[in-house]
Ligand binder design. Structure first.
Ligand SMILES: Nc1ncnc2c1ncn2[C@@H]1O[C@H](COP(=O)(O)OP(=O)(O)OP(=O)(O)O)[C@@H](O)[C@H]1O
Ligand SMILES: [Mg+2]
Length: 460
């Protein structure tokens, strides 16, 4: 059963149910026809018996036909298809008179039966339906009237019906099976098409889609769901390819810079000053490579959902102060003024390491994209169990049409390219994902006058 195809299985269940139904209909038809035929025979026999009984009289203690000559003349001389056989016997069963169509045969009285009786009997080894009626003269039993008719014709009708049914039943089942198979295969045609399309899809050919059926039924929904799934897989694969090529490009750049610098150094001997300068440059690039690898690792861990959070209670203001201290060299280098009121303690419950990465990325961007002698404002406020942290700069800002793209991996807005080369475009992508992990709402927008503002809404 399990090895049957879906179409054959539907066809099988279909003929199982309809086969049973047809069987019941056949049985009912057989019963109805055989009862009707038998009733008809009995009705006929009764009418004949009543007619002949009315012709009987008792003549000096003997049962006779009222007008024997006439009776002999008109009745029962030939043996037709459904002959009526008539016979009268005395109370002991001895023959008095019989219709000529009985020829040498004689019907037997069934002793022990009282009153009007109708039953099956065998006459000359053939089945007949017989009626036996006692005749009383007053209270005296004078004899019996026996009337019979052969059951052959009725039996033949019923037997023929049975034969036809036995013969047509398997044929009907076979026709039903092929019909059901045809209908089932027509019904699952769209499924077969889905299978064919799915078979043609591989990693290189993800753009194929299942053809939508014209009826908006369950199969339409299935096809649509599969198409949506294919769309999501295609996007994921495209993103994956993009990420791999971008990542390798980003890693190759600092590596080739280091390689080139070292090769140039090797070509001839240099002054100590030059060596120090070039080696310092290489160390800088190595650090960049290191940072990039760290970020890629963090992204990979986020994407594989293996990033665990360790929430604790801590003061967000002291965390911010630590981060500002870490960036103090860069801040001082650009003569940036940082305005931040950290006097008040604001406790939150979150993962301090991950929040530190988020805040570092935002502050790093604010410093990176700000001109010298500008101002960065950091403010932290608390309302309805939500802590809002704003980092605002007076930098180059982000073009409005690019503001939605800055969270994409490796995306760097056009404005930033003109001024600052540093960076891989991974910072905000990581920041956004970490915010989602920690249930923090992140919103980056341009300030009205100048620069950008990043707003974090952290649940306490
Ligand atoms: N404060 C900001 N002012 C102006 N532009 C910004 C600011 N923050 C982000 N951007 C824009 O968004 C882009 C993406 O930022 P993101 O932090 O992801 O990358 P990055 O800073 O260029 O590189 P990374 O952070 O990986 O070193 C930046 O390249 C820049 O164009
Ligand atoms: Mg950044």
């Amino acid at each position: 059963m399990r090895n049957l195809s879906f179409t054959n299985r539907i066809a099988f269940y279909f003929i199982l149910s309809t086969g049973f139904l047809v069987f019941l209909i056949f049985i009912a038809t057989y019963q109805i026809v055989s009862t009707t035929v038998n009733n008809r025979v009995d009705q006929n026999l009764r009418a004949e018996a009543t007619h002949h009984f009315s012709e009987l009289i008792a003549d000096h203690g003997k049962l006779v036909f009222r007008d024997l000559d006439e009776w002999r003349e008109k009745e029962h001389n030939d043996l037709n298809v459904n002959p009526i056989l008539v016979q009268i016997v005395d109370e002991f069963g001895n023959l008095i008179e019989k219709s000529p169509n009985l020829k040498k045969e004689q019907m037997q009285l069934k002793k022990g039966l009282t009153g009007y009786q109708i039953y099956n009997e065998s006459l000359n080894s053939e089945l007949v339906r017989q009626v036996q009626i006692p005749f009383y003269d007053g209270k005296l039993l004078e004899g019996y009237l026996l009337v019979a008719t052969p059951l052959e014709a009725a039996k033949m009708v019923i037997q023929n019906l049975k034969d036809v049914m036995i013969l047509t039943y398997p044929i009907a089942l076979l026709i039903l099976f092929f019909l059901a198979k045809f209908i089932a295969s027509r019904s699952i045609q769209p499924v077969t098409e889905i299978i064919h399309t799915a078979e043609t899809i591989n990693k290189e050919n993800l753009s194929s889609r299942v053809k939508l059926p014209s009826n908006k039924d369950e199969l339409y929904q299935l096809s649509e769901t599969i198409n949506n799934l294919l769309g999501r897989i295609e996007n994921a694969v495209i993103r994956e390819k993009q990420f791999t090529s971008d990542a390798s490009h980003e890693l190759r750049t600092p590596l080739s810079i280091i390689k080139g610098t070292l090769e140039v150094l090797l070509r001839k001997s240099r002054t100590e000053e030059e060596y120090k300068d070039k080696i310092g440059y290489c160390i800088n690039e190595t650090n960049r490579l290191n940072d990039l690898l760290d970020q890629l690792l963090l992204l990979a861990r986020q994407e594989s959902n293996s990033l665990n959070t360790h929430p604790s209670n801590f003061d967000i203001n002291s965390l911010l102060l630590d981060i500002i201290n870490r960036y103090s060299i860069r801040i001082c280098g650009k003569y940036i003024q940082v305005s931040f009121d950290f006097s008040k303690e604001i406790l939150i419950h979150s993962d301090s390491n991950l929040l530190s990465i988020i805040l570092s990325n935002l502050l790093s961007n604010a410093i990176k994209f700000s001109p010298e002698n500008s101002k960065i404002t950091i403010s932290v406020s608390e309302k309805n169990q939500v802590v809002t942290c704003k980092i605002s700069d007076e930098g180059i800002g982000i073009a409005e049409n690019e503001i939605n793209k800055i969270y994409e991996k490796f995306y760097r807005a056009s404005l930033s390219g003109q001024t600052v080369a540093e960076g891989s475009g991974l910072g905000l992508s990581i920041t956004k994902r970490l915010c989602d992990t920690l249930n923090i709402q992140l919103d980056i927008k341009n300030n009205e006058k100048k620069g950008t503002e990043a707003v974090l809404q952290i649940p306490k």
